[in-house]
Design a binder for this molecule. Structure first.
Ligand SMILES: Nc1ncnc2c1ncn2[C@@H]1O[C@H](COP(=O)(O)OP(=O)(O)O)[C@@H](O)[C@H]1O
Ligand SMILES: [Mg+2]
Length: 412
C-alpha cells in the first residue's frame, strides 16, 4: 500500500517550483510587452494628432496673413492659433531666419544672443524629429504664392512624458517586485529556521524521558543475577549510547552549537569505524590525511552526522560493493577540505543542482533530507561549504566539505 507520507507526495511542491518560476517570468514579460506596446499605440495616435494640430495651425497662420483684410476671419484664426499652447513650434523663412516661436521657454531677461542660441538649439532638435509644414503666403488679388515659410515643431511635453512612462512604470514595478521577493525569501528562511530548530528541540526533549528510564532499567538489570555478564547488557548499553548520541545531535541542532578546535582526522576515523561495522564488508572504506593532526572548528556530534549522511549516500550509490575514500587536506587561508569519493552510480548532470533540496530523493525509502541537513549543518552552523565537487554517471561522485581552521592569535 502507498505510504501516505511518501516523500514524493509530501514534497511535490519542490518539483513544481521551477515551473512556477517560468510561468511567473512569462506572465511578467507578456504584461511588460503589452504595456509597452499599448503605450506605443497611444503615442503614435497622439503624434498624428499633434501633426494635424500643427497643420491646422499652419493653415490658420496662412489665412490670417492672406485674408487679414477681413477682420472677422482674423478673430477665428487667432482663436485657433492660441489653441496651440503645448506643442513647441518655430517659424522659419526661406533663408533659415527664425521668425515667430511658441511654447519654448524663453525668459524675457535673457540677452538676445542667449535667446538666439536657445532657439537655434531647439530648431536643430525639431529638424531631427519631424519634417516642417509649409506656410504659403499668397497675393490676395492674384492668388499667387509670393513667399513660403516653414513651421518646425516637436513633441509636446505630454507626449514626451508618455513615451518614457511605461519604462519608468515598469522599472518602479520591477524594483518593488525585487524588494518583495527579497522580503519573501527572508521570511521563508526565517520560518524554515524556526521549524528546524523547533522540531529538533522537541525531538531531543521527547527522547530524553524514555532514555533516562532505559538507563535506570539497565542499571537494574546489571544487578540481576540472570542478566549479569550476559551480552544483552552490552548490546543494550550500545543502543542506549546510540540513542543518547541521537538526542545530543538533535539538541545541538536546536540551539546555537559551540564550535571547538578539533582534530578532524580523529573525528572522521571514529565515524568511519562506526560505519564500517554497519555496512557490507564488500565496501572498502579508507581515510587519507596529509598528516595525523589536522584541526578544524567543528561541533563534533553535528559534524559526525554530516559525515554519516554523506557516507551512507555513497554506500547506497554503490549497490553493496565498492570503494569509499575520504581525503582530508589542509588548505591555504585557514581552510580544511574533506573530499568524500565513491565509485557508485553517480549523479546525472540535470540533478546536480537538486540533490541538496529538501525532499529530493531517488530512493524508494528515502526522505531526501540527508543532504539538506548536511548543508544546513555545514553552512549555517560551521560557516563552511558543502557541494558536489564532481560526479560522473557510473564512475562515481565526490562531495567536498570546506571547513575553517582558527587563525592563531597574532603574537606581538
Ligand atoms: N554519492 C552519491 N552518489 C549518487 N547519488 C547521490 C549521492 N549522494 C546523494 N545522491 C542523490 O541525492 C539524493 C538525496 O540524498 P539525501 O538528501 O541524502 O536523501 P536520501 O538519501 O533520503 O535519498 C539521493 O536520493 C541520491 O539520488
Ligand atoms: Mg541520504
Amino acid at each position: 500500500m502507498a505510504n501516505p507520507f511518501m516523500p514524493s507526495e509530501v514534497f511535490n511542491i519542490y518539483k513544481n517550483k521551477s515551473n512556477l518560476n517560468w510561468i511567473v517570468l512569462f506572465i511578467s514579460i507578456v504584461i511588460s510587452g503589452g504595456s509597452i506596446y499599448y503605450t506605443d499605440v497611444l503615442v503614435k495616435q497622439l503624434k498624428q494628432r499633434e501633426r494635424r494640430q500643427i497643420e491646422l495651425f499652419a493653415k490658420a497662420l496662412e489665412y490670417t496673413i492672406n485674408e487679414s483684410s477681413k477682420r472677422d476671419v482674423y478673430f477665428i484664426t487667432e482663436e485657433i492659433l492660441f489653441q496651440n499652447n503645448s506643442i513647441p513650434t518655430i517659424l522659419v523663412d526661406k533663408q533659415g531666419k527664425i521668425g515667430d516661436y511658441r511654447n519654448i521657454e524663453i525668459d524675457s531677461s535673457w540677452s538676445a544672443s542667449k535667446v538666439s542660441f536657445t532657439l537655434n538649439k531647439e530648431l536643430k532638435k525639431m529638424k531631427d524629429e519631424y519634417d516642417p509644414i509649409d506656410v504659403n503666403f499668397k497675393d490676395p488679388e492674384t492668388d499667387e504664392i509670393y513667399d513660403t515659410q516653414f513651421i518646425y515643431y516637436r513633441n509636446s511635453f505630454l507626449l514626451t512624458q508618455l513615451t518614457y512612462y511605461p519604462y519608468i512604470q515598469l522599472s518602479v514595478i520591477a524594483i518593488f517586485a525585487f524588494i518583495a521577493y527579497l522580503a519573501f525569501n527572508y521570511s521563508k528562511a526565517a520560518e524554515q529556521n524556526r521549524v528546524w530548530v523547533g522540531m529538533a528541540k522537541e525531538t531531543a526533549h521527547q527522547l530524553g524521558t524514555p532514555i533516562s528510564s532505559l538507563i535506570a532499567w539497565l542499571e537494574f538489570l546489571k544487578t540481576d543475577k540472570h542478566f549479569k555478564d550476559s551480552n544483552i547488557i552490552t548490546e543494550l548499553d550500545k543502543d542506549i549510547k546510540k540513542l543518547m548520541l541521537i538526542t545530543e545531535r538533535f539538541s545541538s541542532i536546536g540551539s546555537v552549537p559551540i564550535l571547538n578546535e578539533e582534530n578532524i582526522v580523529e573525528v572522521i576515523n571514529n565515524s568511519v569505524s562506526y560505519l564500517r561495522s554497519r555496512v557490507s564488508s564488500k565496501v572498502n572504506m579508507e581515510v587519507h590525511a596529509m598528516h595525523d593532526n589536522i584541526s578544524a572548528n567543528i561541533n563534533v556530534p553535528l559534524f559526525e552526522w554530516v559525515i554519516e549522511n554523506i557516507c551512507k549516500n555513497a554506500v547506497d550509490a554503490m549497490g553493496g560493493e565498492g570503494n569509499l575514500h575520504i581525503n582530508i587536506v589542509e588548505g591555504s587561508d585557514w581552510r580544511v577540505f574533506v573530499d568524500i569519493s565513491d565509485d557508485g552510480k553517480g549523479i546525472p548532470k540535470s540533478k546536480l543542482k537538486q540533490v541538496f533540496n529538501p525532499g529530493f530523493t531517488t530512493k524508494k525509502r528515502g526522505w531526501g533530507l540527508g543532504l539538506t541537513l548536511a548543508k544546513r549543518i555545514i553552512e549555517n552552523y560551521h560557516n563552511g561549504k558543502v557541494y558536489v565537487k564532481s560526479s560522473e554517471p557510473d564512475k562515481g561522485t565526490t562531495f567536498r566539505i570546506v571547513l575553517r581552521r582558527k587563525k592563531p592569535e597574532p603574537t606581538a
